[in-house]
Design a protein around this ligand. Structure first.
Ligand SMILES: [Zn+2]
Length: 272
């Protein structure tokens, strides 16, 4: 394991926090274990698209939005993605049907289709992502309905890559969402150019939503995506290695930290 950055320490518990967290499954992608992980497990696997639902006194924040109704209507993700993987809506419906109130803010861990498609079902809101992902997958790029997202929502790309512009947290460029330390967006690039993770300081302890830095909980312990899968889905192997080492350090050293990989099946069945 790589040594941690010098300023990395476990997030401290904040038992007086008014924030609570739920994990919802908003869609599934049928796959196989041997395609998703190199741990030796084989057989059919349904990868959930997990969404973090964060209840903050200033409003509800969603981390990702899963697979939405445009998939049921056959509008997205379109060819060739539609032929490569067959996204399904969750039995409970899109994220818009599952949340108790319209979100004040949506933070996208990255702009792959299975994380953004639920945006088209939500009422107009503010949407944050790293600007490097908006450049890579914004209007004009295939697979992501970026133009429709921008028509519907207030898209606010974050500058996490210019030194000195963002703050820092856990050794990473970071933005404090409400200025109270409760919800922090952290730059963890590699799976895509602008992948982010989201730290939440909730009453029941700290949570870390890591998007697709890892897909599965077993990958926090040493397994990884198989090399052929990595070749297809990951954009920058060197940056991803650094983000994965950072994630594993936190998962391995911080027993109170709940780390949520965006496609871990056990989170779709309740907490692991
Ligand atoms: Zn994903």
């Amino acid at each position: 394991m790589l040594p941690p950055p010098v300023d990395l320490a476990c997030p401290a518990a904040q038992p007086d926090s008014p924030v609570t967290v739920e994990v919802l499954a908003a869609g599934f992608v049928p796959s196989r274990w041997e395609r998703a992980t190199n741990s030796g497990r084989k057989g059919p696997l349904r990868l959930p698209s997990l969404v973090g639902l964060v209840h903050h006194p200033d409003g509800t924040v969603l981390v990702d939005t899963g697979i939405g109704e445009a998939t049921r209507r056959g509008e997205y993700p379109g060819w060739p993605l539609q032929a490569l993987f067959h996204p399904e809506l969750a039995p409970a419906g899109s994220i818009a049907a599952q949340v108790p109130e319209p979100p004040r803010l949506v933070v996208l861990t990255h702009l792959h289709y299975d994380h953004v498609s639920g945006l088209l079902d939500l009422p107009p809101t503010t949407v944050w992502m790293d600007r490097r992902d908006w450049w890579a997958y914004g209007p004009g790029a295939p697979g992501v309905p970026a133009r429709r997202i921008a028509d519907r929502h207030a898209v606010e790309p974050l500058d996490l890559d210019t030194p000195g512009v963002a703050g820092r947290a856990l050794g990473r460029p970071a933005v404090d969402v409400f200025g109270d330390g409760a919800i922090t967006v952290l730059s963890t690039p590699g799976h895509t150019p602008g992948s982010v993770s989201v730290l939440v300081q909730a009453a029941d302890g700290p949570w870390l939503f890591i998007g697709d830095t890892f897909w599965l909980a077993e990958q926090l312990d040493g397994a990884n995506r198989p090399w052929l899968t990595r070749l297809v889905v990951d954009s920058d192997p060197a940056e991803l290695r650094a983000s994965q080492a950072w994630t594993r350090w936190l998962a391995g050293h911080c027993p109170d930290l709940r780390v949520v990989p965006a496609h871990e099946p056990r989170w779709a069945e309740g907490a692991p």
